[in-house]
Design a protein. Structure first.
Length: 221
């Protein structure tokens, strides 16, 4: 087949994926239908089935598109930063920034995919988790530099960081994005950074001083 045919096919698939993100993000996966996605994408339902086996296959494909965008943005934001602690602080900032800027995808990733066992068997999941190596590499760099405590497995530190960030994004979504996800980012990042610094290490803060800042919103009210 011609290159033009493949470009057209890729463009149609991208159109379908963008529509699916909007539909899945606007309501739960169970409530969404292929017909709604087709209408949003302005294609026939049969066209969707030419690209995806079913609704679940379409859902699981979404990270293929968004993970690349996340990784490209992360690489860009980490450029020029040399020390590991500032890289980790920048990663935490970028993570919140990315999901705040993509709330429909955030709902899909946090409320649908993250808790779906079937998703963990897909290529989308491998891509979704693939950028974790970047985080682990930064942590290991910090341990070698002496700026990150080396008495803990890098995976433990990684899960502490990501677990905290995922929790905040999830609570933000469950509260219908009713407060600013960035409102408490400096305090959150600083808390994490202080938790992973070596005993007796530099007390200097990695992010801007937040002393005296107003308390963040009550996530559980």
């Amino acid at each position: 087949m011609s290159a033009t045919h493949y470009r057209k096919k890729d463009a149609t698939r991208e159109q379908i994926v963008e529509a699916a993100i909007e539909v899945f993000g606007g309501k739960s996966y169970l409530e969404a239908s292929i017909s709604e996605i087709a209408q949003k994408a302005e294609v026939a339902e049969g066209t969707i089935y030419q690209h995806f086996k079913n609704k679940e296959d379409l859902l699981f494909f979404i990270p293929n598109e968004r993970t690349n965008a996340f990784c490209e943005g992360l690489e860009l934001h980490l450029q020029g930063i040399q020390d590991a602690r500032n890289k980790l602080a920048k990663f935490a900032w970028y993570y919140l920034y990315f999901f705040k800027a993509n709330p429909d995808y955030a709902r899909i990733a946090m409320l649908e995919l993250r808790v779906n066992k079937n998703f963990q068997k897909t290529n989308g999941y491998r891509l979704f988790r693939g950028w974790l190596k970047t985080v682990r590499d930064i942590i290991e760099q910090g341990q070698q530099e002496g700026s990150v405590r080396n008495d803990m497995d890098p995976v433990v530190i990684q899960e502490l960081l990501l677990g905290t960030l995922e929790h905040y994004v999830t609570r933000w979504l469950l509260k219908d994005e009713s407060w600013d996800l960035f409102e408490f980012r400096e305090q959150t990042i600083e808390l994490i950074m202080n938790g992973i610094k070596p005993a007796g290490g530099d007390e200097a803060k990695t992010v801007a001083d937040s002393k005296g800042a107003a308390p963040g919103p009550n996530l559980y009210s």
